[in-house]
Write a protein that binds this ligand. Structure first.
Ligand code: GTP
Ligand code: MG
Length: 202
């Protein structure tokens, strides 16, 4: 399931403009700054294929990256970027929702959750929206390399993960598949690639 080739293909702002070759794809979604672009780089073993930043709001379009000439990883803008104007935030909602609902080659959404901080309401709302719309989802917990800090609630990543899973049980019959990751140590990389390979061949 390893990546031998990865190429940036295009940036789109509308679902209609996305590649039309019918290859299966996986979308990385989550709050701004959760580590979507960093995870993509970790998966394809490249430092700067997808651009990352300390400042939230770096990724602004639907970005398609073709892997091994046979499937796509899709980097999306983050949600919940507090300083974005309200207008921009509703636009984000509209354009990504349209993508989730109408993109027929989308195999599964990978919803990224920051494991270094306590569960956020907006993440639970997103998970529940995806669930209600029957969009297949995998939970990816990011930043699992980070140590617990008082200012971040004083819990270890493992504890934040189990808290989140407990909360999500309020919305789902069972917890969706989930993987703990770090783009710093590359924890979870092989597990994600294997999971994606299994999903492509179901
Ligand atoms: P937007 O494009 O703004 O939505 O953000 P994003 O989700 O793509 O986040 P990005 O990959 O740009 O990473 C945001 C910040 O978090 C950067 O400073 C990264 O270096 C850092 N970061 C990402 N993943 C990890 C991780 O696994 N561990 C640690 N310690 N830091 C990480
Ligand atoms: Mg990004």
């Amino acid at each position: 399931a390893q990546v031998v080739q990865a190429d940036f293909v295009k940036s789109s702002v509308r679902t209609e403009d996305c590649p039309s070759d019918g290859l299966p794809e996986f979308a990385l979604v989550g709050r701004s700054n959760v580590g979507k672009s960093s995870l993509l780089n970790s998966l394809v073993r490249r430092k700067r294929l997808a651009l990352t930043s300390k400042k939230p709001g770096k990724t602004q379009c639907i970005n398609h990256f073709r892997v091994n000439d046979s499937w796509y990883l899709v980097d999306l803008p983050g949600y919940g970027y507090a300083s974005a104007p309200q207008e921009l935030r509703t636009d984000w909602g509209k354009f990504t929702r349209d993508y989730f609902v109408n993109r027929s080659t989308l195999v599964s959404v990978f919803l990224l959750i920051d494991a270094s901080i306590p569960a956020k309401k907006i993440d639970l709302e997103y998970a529940s929206w995806l669930g209600q719309n029957q969009i297949p989802m995998t939970l990816i917990f990011t930043k699992c390399d980070k140590r617990k800090k008082k200012k971040n609630g004083g819990k270890r990543p493992e504890e934040n993960v189990s808290d989140f899973q407990e909360l999500i049980c309020g919305f789902f019959q069972s917890v969706p598949p989930w993987i703990m990751t770090s783009s710093v140590t590359n924890q979870g990389r092989d597990e994600i690639l294997l999971h994606m390979a299994q999903l492509r061949n179901y």
